[in-house]
Write a protein that binds this ligand. Structure first.
Ligand SMILES: [Zn+2]
Length: 228
């Protein structure tokens, strides 16, 4: 597989695969969100968990879940951290628009592009976050370890190992995978979907910054796909 980029907008719009997946999608079970009490979100680069799973995060927060976010890096690429969009205040405001007013956000500030070398730091940070207080109903939302971007894959691998150690429910989202994914690449038996209500979709539309060249609101997909 060739190296792919990190296009967070793709994750927000491509969660509705095209007609080639229609047959598989009919059989995809819904994500059992009623089983989730609290949520730990791991985002490799800012906004990507929000783009891939903002509807789910919004819904769970409205259901009363505490949302804690582990931001592994401050951005992908040299320009990213200087862009206003990646400022802490902007990101917190985006979570508020999503319906998560009290998000606890931890920044690891690891260097983007080098996360496969930072696995011990990642394991320590995630273990510290979930290890002391792990209970049924606490879910971890993290990138799929086969997402196709080396940073996402490194984070996904660590999330899988730590969740396995602590017997924590892991829900994986797709980000870079939308650039290369064909229907036959997905392990369909593990795919679950979350359908965004009008209210949740409006919140996600308001939270996720518009991609350049998109004229209006209501551009995010009406469903999100996950792997369990
Ligand atoms: Zn990324």
């Amino acid at each position: 597989m060739q190296a792919v980029g990190c296009d967070v907008w793709e994750a927000a719009t491509a969660s509705s695969p095209d007609r080639s997946c229609a047959e598989e999608l009919i059989r995809v079970a819904p994500l059992p969100t009623h089983l989730c009490r609290d949520l730990v979100v791991i985002t490799t680069h800012p906004y990507e968990a929000m783009c891939a799973a903002g509807g789910l995060i919004s819904h769970l927060a409205m259901q009363g879940a505490d949302v804690e976010v582990l931001a592994v890096t401050d951005g992908d690429g040299a320009a990213a951290p200087r862009h206003p969009f990646w400022r802490r205040s902007q990101i917190l405001a985006a979570y508020r628009r999503l319906g998560v007013p009290e998000v606890r956000r931890h920044r690891l500030q690891l260097e983007a592009g080098k996360l496969s070398d930072a696995q011990p730091d990642l394991i320590a940070a995630l273990s510290e976050l979930v290890g002391h207080d792990c209970y049924p109903g606490l879910w971890c939302l993290a990138p799929w370890r086969r997402d196709g971007h080396p940073d996402h894959d490194a984070v996904g691998l660590v999330a899988e190992a730590v969740c396995h150690s602590y017997n924590l429910r892991l829900v994986r989202y797709l980000c870079a995978a939308w650039e290369w994914l064909r229907p036959e690449d997905l392990p369909w038996r593990r795919v679950r979907q979350f359908t965004l209500s009008d209210n949740v979709r409006a919140r996600k539309d308001a939270a996720v910054p518009l991609p350049p060249g998109v004229p209006g609101r209501e551009w995010v997909a009406d469903r999100e796909l996950f792997l369990v």
